[in-house]
Design a protein around this ligand. Structure first.
Ligand SMILES: [Zn+2]
Length: 472
């Protein structure tokens, strides 16, 4: 059995790199872009799904779909059609406010931006935060082509103020708000003179439809960021985000404080685990499997989109990896494959410890959590649990266990969904965190290296270990 990559990044460098990744990923589009940059730096070649692929033994590849989902893979030196694929899957999206298709609002002297809720956020945490804007804008170029551009206004241009205690005396007893009327951010105060100038410049350069849909203040701000004419903006998908950067916290820098730890944490560890795994001398050359990372958008809203986990994205990728093989290569391959579904887990909360089952109270910085649920909210089985537990034991990597209380609702992941769809052996895991879906979550700083090591070891050793497992 191969050992862990000797070139593992030092703990300090790893955590700084993780903070950089978090700060650079305010939207799924940005997160995917960050992954692309990292993969390209390590010799991964970009593929397009619309082209035919010519894969070579030992080759490193990636492709994106919608620029918000990404798949990266490395072809093992001994891979043959019909062999398995060692998969780590996670998601790129997080709950947030998104700018509405028609966002322009102006009343009571304020310019506001209509925003819709994406996913199941802890929305009360969005009040009184410093909110910026990030996402993508579709631009019409001078040659008539249309291109996708990342945009980020990294300053607190937006604000959802709470109501003063003096105007709502019972606010501390039960904080209630209406998601449609009370969560609309302020962009600016109406300044008659400034607004008149902005309207004039927007109407002189912007098509009527764009000017009518969004405030000219917003349109001009974005055009300036992109250094294009406002008239070239055709459409946009923008997330609001907290501009306070991700940082270390706790007396000994043992915590990570950031937005979107669910699930940029596991997305980062998956990509870095794959990259680290190719450094192990002779590892890829000897591998009979393909190593693959799939990061999907839209998990927070049920995964049903052309680029979500409930699409044919993973299946069509697995089929393409068997191209040129014999008739049943795909079916054989699926039975030899294994997927780690990596999504954040709930650490025990000191002030709400009773919310956890007494024998299953994961703690931050004590390792990746294996999640199980008898009702199949998680896809882990005793066989899939055995695989990861054996790998972790042999390489001294800590693991923890989680089941939810019988009287508590249970979250779910893309694990059961993909497992059922493909008949794929799957384990659900994740690093423990607090305040999941808050605008400012809390995770463990040391679990980053635990998860990266675990995935590195998995990629380098799964194909071999699988030969000793006799369960059909
Ligand atoms: Zn998640």
């Amino acid at each position: 059995m191969a050992t862990r990559s000797a070139s593992a990044t030092s703990a300090g460098a790893r955590i700084s790199d993780f903070l950089r990744f978090l700060r650079s990923s305010p939207s799924p589009f940005h997160a995917v872009h960050q992954c692309r940059v990292r993969l390209a730096e390590h010799g991964f070649k970009e593929l397009k799904e619309r082209d035919s692929w010519k894969l070579t033994s030992g080759g490193r590849y990636y492709f994106t779909r919608n620029q918000s989902s990404i798949v990266a893979f490395v072809v093992g030196g001994h891979f043959r059609p019909g062999n398995g694929v060692s998969i780590v899957a996670a998601h790129t999206d997080s709950p947030c406010l998104k700018v509405k298709p028609v966002s322009k609002r102006e009343k009571n002297g304020y310019i506001q931006v209509g925003a819709q809720l994406y996913g199941g956020g802890l929305w009360h945490t969005w009040f009184d935060r410093d909110l910026g804007l990030a996402g993508r804008v579709l631009v019409e170029n001078e040659d008539g082509t249309y291109t996708h551009h990342l945009v980020q206004v990294d300053k607190p241009i937006l604000r959802v103020p709470s109501l003063a205690i003096h105007l709502e005396r019972g606010a501390n007893d039960a904080f209630k708000f209406n998601a449609e009327t009370h969560l609309t951010p302020i962009l600016s105060l109406v300044n008659q003179k400034l607004n008149a100038t902005a309207e004039k410049s927007a109407t002189s350069t912007t098509p009527v439809s764009e000017a009518a849909r969004h405030s000219s203040v917003l349109v001009n701000l974005l055009a300036k960021q992109l250094d294009v004419d406002a008239a070239q903006l055709r459409d946009m998908e923008l997330c609001l985000y907290d501009v306070q950067p991700a940082t270390l916290g706790g007396a000994e820098d043992e915590l990570v404080l950031s937005a979107r730890l669910d699930n940029l944490y596991m997305s980062y560890c998956a990509i870095e685990g794959l990259i680290d795994s190719i450094d192990f001398p002779g590892g890829v050359e000897a591998d009979e499997n393909i190593r693959l990372v799939a990061l999907f958008d839209n998990e927070e809203v049920g995964s049903k989109s052309a680029y979500g986990a409930d699409s044919a994205l993973l299946e069509s990728t697995l089929r393409r990896l068997q191209a040129g093989g014999h008739e049943t290569a795909f079916e054989e391959s699926v039975q030899k494959s294994y997927m780690v579904s990596a999504d954040m887990a709930h650490a025990v909360h000191p002030n709400y410890a009773e919310k956890h089952e007494e024998n299953h109270r994961p703690q931050m910085n004590r390792g990746v959590v294996i999640k199980r649920n008898a009702n199949q909210r998680y896809a882990t089985t005793s066989v899939t649990g055995l695989v990861l537990r054996e790998l972790a034991r042999k390489h001294d990597i800590p693991l923890q266990e989680f089941v939810v209380r019988n009287d508590s609702p249970c979250g779910s992941t893309i694990g059961p969904l993909l497992s059922a769809k493909l008949g794929l052996r799957t384990i659900d895991v994740g690093c423990p965190q607090l305040a999941m879906h808050s605008i400012r979550e809390t995770g463990g700083a040391h679990d980053v290296k635990h998860a990266v090591c675990l995935f590195d070891v998995f990629f380098n050793n799964f194909a071999k270990l699988d030969q000793s497992i006799q369960v059909d």
